[in-house]
Design a protein around this ligand. Structure first.
Ligand code: GLV
Length: 320
């Protein structure tokens, strides 16, 4: 008997973004897969996977047979924190080379911003003032150390980009690895503090876990060299915001580029908005394209259906 294959059913789960509007067209072309809004699900027992980002606390409760949660991003922390996430569900992330390249380009731009004191140029331009003093003041890239916290997919792309710009790079990693020209790896419990102590410009791309929450704090800032700058691209919860303001206001740090915040959207009255030494972007240092998310979803669901452990599954124990 020829039994027609039923599509594998999944559900969009997000409290903040209109996922069907953003990803609907891209996922429509995936064969043998049907992705529904929660309000269109007639038989919750058929739902085997979710496409998710910041779900409501009880979002998963309705789906007793959910096996897989594909997150729409590189970081999975908002899904792991969701109390109703089934204990044995596999959580997968997006592994998108374009996202890493966009992140590396953004970071390179902000490295130049701080290294070249671009704010001074913009201020001078507003005064119609032509002032050339670089020849006397510029520290060559070889004398400016870039520190990177986190050496996963994003951290590596950033390290390669800033290395190509001539900066020595020092990275905090989980495990000491093979030395690479111009990229020094520091592992161990105090790796983050050691990297900070070397960093004229410190870039954070750590995953958010219980261990890394609040890692950008006064101890770290005051271990950094006088005049150093911070580029914060991880998660808002990594940063103790008042500690950063104190280090900037004491002129210990010279500036900060912030893409992520404790509260997003950043409230209009937040002191970061008007601080002269802070550059703000609205959690858009990089993005995943709908097509990359749809490809990731198609691959994860296919692997799940074949009984394989999905390639981009994270370790739920470590949180990344
Ligand atoms: C964005 O924040 C991501 O995790 O991809």
């Amino acid at each position: 008997m020829n039994v027609a294959m039923r599509p594998i059913e999944g559900v969009y789960l997000c409290d903040q973004l209109d996922l069907p509007e953003i990803f609907g067209d891209a996922v429509a072309g995936i064969p043998d897969l049907r992705l529904l809004k929660p309000s269109d699900v007639t038989d919750p027992e058929n739902i085997r996977f979710a496409l998710a980002w910041r779900p409501a606390p009880d979002a998963f409760d309705a789906y007793p047979n959910l096996e897989l949660v594909q997150v729409i991003a590189a970081g999975v922390d908002p899904v792991l924190r969701t109390p109703s996430l089934p204990k044995d569900a596999v959580v997968t992330r997006v592994h998108d080379p374009e996202q890493a390249a966009i992140m590396a380009g953004f970071t390179a731009w902000q490295v130049v911003w701080h290294h070249r004191n671009m704010k001074a140029y913009l201020d001078a331009a507003r005064r119609s003032e032509w002032t050339r003093k670089l020849i006397k003041t510029l520290r060559p890239p070889s004398q400016v150390t870039i520190g990177i916290l986190g050496y996963g997919y994003m951290g590596r792309a950033i390290a390669n980009a800033v290395r190509a710009m001539g900066f020595p790079v020092v990275v905090a990693t989980r495990s000491a690895g093979a030395a690479q020209d111009g990229i020094t790896r520091i592992a161990g419990a105090d790796a983050v503090q050691k990297v900070a102590a070397h960093s004229d410009i410190l870039i954070n791309v750590l995953p958010l876990t219980d261990e890394t929450r609040g890692v950008l704090n006064k101890n770290l800032f005051w271990a950094m060299p006088q005049g150093a700058a911070l580029i914060q691209l991880g998660r808002g919860e990594h940063l103790i915001e008042d500690d950063l303001l104190d280090a900037l206001n004491a002129n210990h740090l010279s500036g900060a580029s912030l893409d992520v915040f404790q509260q997003e959207p950043l409230p209009p009255t937040h002191p970061f908005w008007t601080h002269p030494d802070i550059v703000i972007t609205p959690h858009e240092a990089s993005v995943t394209s709908p097509v990359a998310v749809a490809d990731a979803l198609a691959q994860s669901v296919r692997e799940m259906a074949q009984g394989k452990h999905p390639t981009t599954a994270i370790d739920r124990e470590s949180g990344y």
